[in-house]
Write a protein that binds this ligand. Structure first.
Ligand SMILES: Cc1cc2nc3c(=O)[nH]c(=O)nc-3n(C[C@H](O)[C@H](O)[C@H](O)COP(=O)(O)O)c2cc1C
Length: 161
């Protein structure tokens, strides 16, 4: 199992925080690297959530979610939403309502849960994208169990005088 996890971990990914809220104001947020775009027409995305995640019942009940694509300087948010806690949102700057949209991300997608498939020990959430926004910046990258950053492009010195 560990060796398979390590082999899966060789696939470098971005990092997203998936958030949700119910009509009565209960919120949840989880860090994932299983987010994938699926279809442009219709616009669909997917992500996978462990059956054993404490937040799973809330995501299943809420019927909607937001995908927050983290920027390179947001590893603290990745750690926070990957750690079980009663209030992961305390002190986190939010932009949206009714779904919690994190500030300072590279992109966010507001989705209605279209289908939930059985994926072994995970639920596969397929979402229909109802709105999105994007910004410029470097992504937070996850590979082999570690956060990575892109090196900034170097400006060549030739002709710089
Ligand atoms: C970089 C990274 C990626 C992760 N990807 C996933 C994922 O795709 N699916 C998942 O269920 N958990 C994933 N996790 C673990 C969850 O973030 C973690 O179990 C979290 O505590 C779940 O939230 P909950 O305890 O509030 O249910 C990931 C953690 C990290 C640090």
């Amino acid at each position: 199992m560990r060796s398979l996890r390590e082999a899966f971990g060789q696939f470098a990914t971005g990092v997203a925080v998936i958030t949700t809220a119910t009509d009565d104001g209960e919120r949840a947020g989880v860090t994932v690297n299983s987010f994938t775009s699926v279809s442009l027409d219709p616009p669909l995305v997917l992500w996978c959530l462990s059956n054993r995640a404490p937040s799973a019942p809330l995501f299943l009940r809420a019927g909607r979610f937001a995908v927050n694509v983290l920027a390179a300087d947001q590893d603290h948010l990745s750690r926070r939403f990957a750690t079980p806690s009663t209030d992961k949102f305390a002190g986190v700057e939010l932009l949206g309502a009714p779904l919690p949209i994190l500030a300072g991300t590279l992109a966010s997608f507001v989705c209605r849960t279209e289908r939930v498939h059985d994926g072994g020990d995970h639920h596969i959430f397929v979402g229909a994208v109802e709105g999105y926004q994007r910004a410029e910046g470097e992504p937070l990258v996850f590979h082999s169990g570690r956060y990575r950053e892109f090196w900034p492009e170097l400006t060549t010195a030739a002709g710089a005088a």
